[in-house]
Ligand binder design. Structure first.
Ligand SMILES: Nc1ncnc2c1ncn2[C@@H]1O[C@H](COP(=O)(O)OP(=O)(O)O)[C@@H](O)[C@H]1O
Ligand SMILES: [Mg+2]
Length: 240
């Protein structure tokens, strides 16, 4: 599980996370919603050790992400992350893009790495695009490639940061379908999203972040359909 305990994070004088506490159980899907600039991306970066924190603690399966003796690269193998915009290697085919990390990081033999890559590309519906170069893929296909690439490391957790927000509207559905499939398979996921309807359908819990604190958290039936906080209510009526 992921345990986030009273995390404070600042960039210089700017306090971005002001005491975030959240436990994510295995198999749980948590959606994080909130206004732009509220600290959602920063929270994900802190969870996988891309950003240091000022105080508090984040444990992933009991390992303190920010402890000096933690091997962050090793830890990140357990945490797949997909961003809004993901840059694949343009000179590599989709298969080679996905096989790269298993080969280099997991030191898998070439054939095995390609087998893993092929399996994961098939998994996200790109089984017929193995030999295609990324510039021939649509935005939705590129995001699914990014998801396959993260899955190829066989992570225990997946972190998604607004993976559909740069997409043309007609391509959003295919990426959300891939996320839904992962959720159905029991993947533990934290997803930052503006897709409120999707968050309602797929999440076990929804966290509304306001200015660096979790203002409200609970099942979607509460946070989205019957928010208790006036701030949550205001945010939801603004984005709908
Ligand atoms: N690397 C950085 N250096 C300085 N300020 C940053 C950095 N990353 C984010 N910020 C600031 O932290 C705040 C929260 O950003 P972010 O976590 O990206 O918000 P969100 O993802 O909710 O839109 C914003 O004010 C942003 O400008
Ligand atoms: Mg963000």
């Amino acid at each position: 599980m992921i345990e986030i305990k009273d995390v404070h994070k600042a960039f210089g004088d700017l306090q971005v996370l002001k005491g975030v506490t959240l436990d994510v159980s295995n198999g749980e899907v948590i959606s994080v919603i909130g206004a732009s600039g509220s600290g959602k991306s920063t929270l994900l970066y802190c969870i996988n050790g891309l950003e240091p924190i000022q105080s508090g603690q984040i444990l992933v399966d009991g390992t303190d992400v920010h402890a000096n003796d933690t091997n962050v690269n090793k830890l990140r193998q357990r945490l797949g992350m997909v961003f809004q915009q993901w840059n694949s290697f343009p000179h590599l085919t989709t298969l080679e893009n996905v096989a790269l990390a298993p080969r280099i990081v997991l030191k898998k033999p070439k054939d095995e790495a390609r087998e893993i890559a092929s399996k994961q590309l098939d998994h996200v519906g790109l089984g017929d695009k193995l030999e295609v170069y990324p510039n021939k893929l649509s935005g939705g296909q590129q995001q699914r490639l990014a998801i396959a690439r993260a899955l190829a490391m066989e992570p225990n957790y997946m972190l998604f940061d607004e993976v559909t927000s740069a997409l043309d509207p007609e391509l959003v559905g295919e990426v959300l379908d891939a996320l839904r499939m992962l959720s159905d398979e029991g993947m533990t996921m934290i997803l930052v999203t503006h897709e409120i309807g999707f968050a309602r359908d797929v999440s076990d819990r929804v966290a509304y972040v306001h200015e660096g604190v979790i203002e409200e958290i609970g099942p979607p039936s509460q946070v989205i359909l019957d928010p208790q906080s006036e701030r949550t209510r205001k945010f939801l009526s603004a984005v709908r």
